[in-house]
Design a protein around this ligand. Sequence first.
Ligand code: NAP
Length: 293
Amino acid sequence: MSAIPLLAAPLVQRLRDNIGQRAAILRQKGCQPQLAIVDATGDAASATYAKMKLRQADKLGISASLYGIAPYSPDTRDSFLELLENLGHDPKVHGIFIERPMPEELELSDWLKLLPPHKDIEGIHPVNLGKLFLDSPTLPSVFVPTTALACLEMLKFYKVPLAGAHAVVVGRSITVGRPLAWMLLQANATVTICHSRTDGLAKHTREADILISATGCRNLISADHVKSSSVVIDVGTSYNEDGSVCGDVQYESVAAKAHMITPHIGGLGPVTTALLLHNAVRAAEMAFAGVSL
Ligand code: NAP
């Protein structure tokens, strides 16, 4: 039997309709939502993703600009930090998105402090992450990490029960794996987190009702890592030697066994992008209403 594909398209359409309407309302009030995308990766795939975001923002009435700092060299470090600081202070810019993976010279902790939390549409600033982890209804996060949220939204859209389910998250990065595990916990799943030092990965993943892999480790998850009733979300984006897109999950063999699965193309990525644009409009709404953090 072949797994049910968890396709982004219907969820993304719903999100885009909402974003477009809200952007139009803001424009009618004289506020043009504005997004800045900064690409210092020097990476062809990131440049493609950045252009895709520009096109989609444009279609939804969000004005987006791309600031490319590539090829990156240690000499350009200062210009990157200066650019980020300027964008942070620019009142016309409502949301800022930094393409990743960043060059090694630019530690996350170096530049995150220059990103104002109310412009952090990816939800990775310590203020936003701190509020998420505090779990307090009186201090709700302004922006929650979009990739993690995309996984939750996908599961909700396809009516996958979370409460009581055993969710296994492979990957523990600050921006994806950890917030994702926490959000699954908040949704009352029982959560196991695996990482590169986990002994016997398959032993853990085979127990998963919901398996989410976010490692960037190409084809890590095989049919041997899943049980037949599992719902599998592949966050990883990698490339085969011939340049074709792949992920953490060996799609064909896992799809032949699992219950539900995200495809490599048209799976999680478009939901994450739509949520970023949703947050860009939210950032503009907050700025227009004078809401500060
Ligand atoms: P990251 O910071 O490099 O973290 C990777 C995590 O995977 C680490 O926790 C690492 O463990 C773990 N890992 C690596 N190899 C492993 C292995 N063999 N077995 C088990 N765990 C392993 O990456 P990230 O930023 O979280 O991104 C992960 C992937 O998601 C990347 O492919 C990225 O391109 C993709 N991504 C996709 C979207 C989307 O919307 N689709 C959005 C963001 C990111 P240690 O902690 O032990 O090193």
